[in-house]
Design a protein around this ligand. Structure first.
Ligand code: UT7
Length: 323
């Protein structure tokens, strides 16, 4: 059977780092509060004129280089983002142009913080159906543009960045020992629409708007959604949680990540944490964390890895893959 195998991964963070102390200069907040409640120490913020597509293209370029694949071979681009360059066309087409990729399907997927799980699943389905061979899957965000910088309850939590993977369709035996994506699970429940949303948008006729969140309610759902969907996707592949080499959870809050690890009975060394340095980069958090895990030597060929994500909608999902 055909499997979607990760052949390269790349990440890009804006140069400018804003630490908690810098935020405390302009807001009624403090480094100890932010660190204790979230684990966040700093975040990267895009420069003026630095677009989501710039970050996404840079991450994708690295993924292509590491996959040793010329851009001309890419035949699918899927971008997970909630902060597109323009309302339309898709940021995927901006990245296609910036990387001089050949014509082919290019689309954005909008599932907020669950976006990368959704995008991987969409690309995996294209590849397994034989509709594409080399897919660039990118999570790219500039959340700093949609934050209310006077709302200390939200603006301290997010950062900008992008990550990308190059997936290649490869024929495999069809067992759980295969490399590549072994199982995917997606879900959403629109009853929670108002818990985490942006208060503007094209069909409302007003400006883009700002992020609004009921943090406690999101927190409560995040822990069990992230853990339960990860457990489900591992079971779907006929494997057990004990066999996981690495869990790559969406990076929103260290307390959420630790609670998910405990719920899944995983030791801390099997759970990737980047939220301290990156803050919450929404759809970019998982590919950035994958890039980080590879750079640290924690993610090697043959490892069983589960990426799990949850965010606005609520939308959530998990992807199980053998690296
Ligand atoms: O990607 C998915 C999206 N997001 C998430 O997963 C985030 C989920 N939620 C969270 O991470 C947490 O709920 C937060 C970090 C957002 C908030 O932590 P919390 O422990 O739920 O705090 P809280 O909202 O209940 O606020 C506690 C207190 C409040 O003061 P009072 O009412 O007790 O006097 C807040 O006004 O902390 C205050 N507070 C702050 N104080 C200093 C809220 N934000 C700040 C701040 N600095 N930045």
């Amino acid at each position: 059977m055909i499997r979607s195998v990760v052949r390269g991964v790349g990440g890009r963070l804006p140069t400018r780092v804003v630490d908690n102390d810098e935020l405390a200069l302009r807001l009624d907040t403090s480094d100890p509060w932010i660190r204790e409640r979230t684990g966040i120490r700093q975040r990267h913020i895009a420069a003026e004129g630095e677009l989501t597509s710039d970050l996404g293209a840079a991450a994708a370029r690295l993924a292509l280089e590491r996959a040793d694949l010329p851009p001309s071979r890419v035949d699918l681009v899927v971008v997970a983002t909630s902060t597109p360059d323009n309302t339309f066309p898709a940021t995927a087409t901006a990245i296609q142009r910036k990387l001089a990729l050949p014509p082919g399907p290019a689309l954005d997927v909008q599932a907020v913080c669950a976006g990368f799980a959704y995008a991987l699943t969409v690309a995996d389905n294209f590849l397994r159906l034989g509709q594409a061979t080399h897919a660039l899957v990118i999570g790219a965000e500039t959340f700093s543009r949609i934050l209310d910088w006077t709302d200390r309850g939200t603006c301290v939590l997010f950062g900008d960045g992008a990550g990308a993977v190059l997936l290649r369709a490869e024929r495999q035996a069809g067992t759980s020992a295969d490399r590549g994506i072994l199982a995917t699970r997606l879900a959403a429940d629109g009853r929670h629409y108002e818990q985490l949303y942006v208060d503007g948008g094209p069909s409302q006729g007003g400006p883009v708007g700002h992020l609004r969140m009921n943090g406690r309610e999101v927190f409560r759902h995040a822990v069990h959604d992230l853990a339960d969907v990860a457990a489900a996707v591992v079971a779907d592949a006929g494997l057990s949680l004990a066999e996981l080499d690495l869990l790559v959870p969406h990076q929103a809050n260290l307390r959420i990540i630790e609670a998910v690890g405990r719920r899944l009975d995983l030791p801390p060394e099997k759970v990737v944490v980047t939220v301290d340095r990156h803050a919450n980069t929404s759809a970019a958090s998982i590919p950035l964390a994958l890039d980080h895990a590879v750079a640290e030597g924690r993610l090697r060929p043959g490892h069983l890895v589960c990426a799990t994500a949850m965010g606005g909608g609520f939308a959530w999902g998990a992807v199980l893959l053998r690296w």
